[in-house]
Design a protein. Structure first.
Length: 576
């Protein structure tokens, strides 16, 4: 798929235009187009001109640029733009947290030519003294450079999974009988090092030939009769193994991992006189007692099947032995999305279009939560516009049958901890989602205080993306999570698992702690374009990795019970 490739291209263009001081609306158009392209499930390389112009934010000009890039492998406009910006300046734009204006300042004043030189200057504290550059700025630049280095090793799940799924779609054209992802992708880890694929076939040679000639492949590392490895254009290694039908289950368990989980299983096997490897489970040295199905491994060990998302050696084996494995939440349990943006703020669609898309997904409700006024870049709503939107929602609800709109807002938590909308107006809404969008570099104490202030506001229903991370782009900001969770429990405030693939925030570790403390959670997509409703699967994966069950998540409730629960903030009884 070329979606992410073109999305990156458009974001790069936006950065270069910003350096040149171009029209902010033009810059924003490229960024919005990039976001919407990244959310598409269909490959833009296979889309017609009409299909491209039907994507919000893409007109004839951008559609033509997409088709030019697909056809020729480059974009003349971008190549010409790069010539107007020095190479060193363009390279610095790849550093997370280093904006175009700061990058230009560093280039103009210090003639920084590459990231290595930038790192050296920051470590020597030679950036300080330039306008706006302080010790904290240097620290953030070094963190950004470290993030780049980490990114060479591991990439965000949300960028790798669509590529992996596209590879599977192409492989299905080969003579394959069974096909599955394995490794950390199958466990839905939030960052991925490489892609592992497992298959069975009566013609492994033909499968391997098809694999190494996929359009994704940049370099062939190895081509063998049953295993091949390639580097794809996104610089990710992909390994494909073809195994015997009778060993597929054992191989799937083995190559899914994690390593720590597999070690625990092998230790159990040894104590029972068994042996486990990728070929099967054996009694003694050669008597195979299972391996065709993955469930065989657990059954022979005397365990119930352990879902892949739990296989991290964090207590799942003990829970299986004691019959305490959670009945994990599933995508089908979600009855609605509680964080959705319309074109009243920075979303791409009307409320009616969002309703149609939600109904197609089988939802019973969605919450319209447009941004509040403080987020000017997102065309945030003031009190008057918010109440006008409320009237529109109420009018639509009178026409809808079997579906309900929940009127809300994503209110900004100001630097002083106050909400960006008057409490009198907030109290008239069904749901209030509060979040931090600025001041990420405040102290741990200040950021924690802001979140606590929001949770203690009786109008606030949910805290959204509570740590502010953007995987591979921005680390989580400093928050006292122990205190945050304690106050969430005390106030009955729900915490969001934001399913946007670069957020996945709350993460799995803290989701598990929230569950253990009895804190209600919601899983929402932060949708700005209808395709992003599909991101719910990512949020559910985080919930499953956090051991969450249906009863731990508020938006598994039907509409009437959800509204009752939202209005009963502070109720210690939890979800009933």
């Amino acid at each position: 798929m070329k979606n992410q490739e073109i999305a990156k291209l458009f974001n790069d263009i936006a950065d270069l235009l910003e350096i040149k001081g171009e029209n902010p609306f033009r810059i924003r158009a490229y960024r919005k187009a990039a976001q919407n392209i990244e959310a598409l499930t269909k490959d833009v390389a296979e889309a017609s001109r009409d299909e491209l112009t039907n994507v919000p934010g893409i007109g004839d000009d951008l559609a033509g640029k997409i088709q030019e890039y697909v056809r020729t492998g480059q974009l003349r406009f971008y190549e010409d733009l790069k010539k107007e910006v020095p190479d060193g300046l363009a390279v610095m734009l790849t550093v997370p947290s280093l904006g175009p204006k700061t990058a230009k300042l560093l280039y103009d004043k210090l003639k920084v030519k590459d990231i290595d030189e930038l790192e050296h200057l920051a470590r020597e504290h030679r950036l300080r003294g330039l306008p706006g550059i302080q010790a904290k700025t240097e620290e953030n630049i070094l963190k950004g450079i470290e993030m780049i280095k980490r990114g060479r090793e591991r990439q965000p799940l949300g960028r790798v999974l669509p590529i992996a799924e596209d590879i599977l779609r192409h492989l299905k054209k080969a003579p394959i009988k069974q096909l599955s992802l394995a490794g950390s992708l199958r466990r839905w880890k939030d960052t991925i090092k490489d892609i592992d694929i497992l298959a069975t076939s009566d013609n492994p040679k033909e499968v391997m030939r098809s694999f190494v000639h996929l359009p994704h492949v940049k370099d062939i590392l190895m081509q063998g009769p049953t295993k091949s490895s390639v580097i794809i254009k996104e610089d990710i290694q992909v390994d494909l193994r073809v195994v015997e039908d009778d060993s597929f289950g054992a191989a799937l368990a083995y190559f899914t991992g994690s390593k720590a989980h597999n070690i625990r299983l092998r230790e159990m096997a040894v104590r029972q006189g068994l042996k486990i490897n990728e070929y099967g489970i054996f009694r003694g040295d050669d008597k195979k007692v299972g391996g065709k199905h993955e469930e065989d491994i657990y059954r022979v060990l005397g365990l119930p099947y352990i879902p892949p998302e739990l296989r991290e050696d964090t207590g799942e084996v003990e829970a299986a032995i004691e019959g305490r494995l959670p009945d994990l939440i599933e995508l089908k349990n979600i009855k609605g999305d509680l964080h959705v943006h319309s074109n009243h703020s920075d979303g791409s669609h009307s409320i009616e279009t969002l309703v149609e898309a939600a109904i197609q997904r089988g939802y019973e409700y969605i919450a319209i939560t447009d941004h509040s006024k403080g987020l000017g870049i997102a065309r945030g709503l003031n009190e008057e516009r918010l109440l006008d939107e409320k009237k529109e929602v109420e009018a639509l609800n009178k026409k809808l049958k079997g579906f309900s709109l929940i009127m809300g807002v994503e209110v900004d938590i100001r630097s002083d901890g106050h909400m960006d909308i008057d409490d009198e107006v907030l109290s008239r809404l069904d749901i209030v989602v509060a979040s931090i969008h600025s001041g990420f570099r405040q102290s741990r104490q200040q950021l924690t205080k802001r979140l606590i202030s929001a949770m203690k506001n009786p109008c606030v229903s949910i805290i959204a993306h509570p740590t502010g991370r953007l995987i591979g782009e921005r680390d989580a900001y400093e928050v006292d999570m122990d205190e945050f969770l304690r106050v969430a429990k005390e106030t009955g405030t729900a915490i969001e698992i934001n399913a946007y693939p670069l957020r996945l925030d709350l993460n799995d570790t803290y989701s598990k702690r929230a569950k253990q403390m009895g804190i209600p959670l919601v899983i929402s997509t932060d949708t700005h374009i209808t395709n992003q409703f599909d991101y719910m699967a990512y949020g559910v994966s985080i919930a499953r990795r956090g051991w969450l069950e249906k009863t731990d998540v508020l938006n598994t409730l039907p509409h009437n019970r959800l509204i009752k629960r939202l209005k009963a903030k502070g109720d210690r009884k939890g979800i009933t």
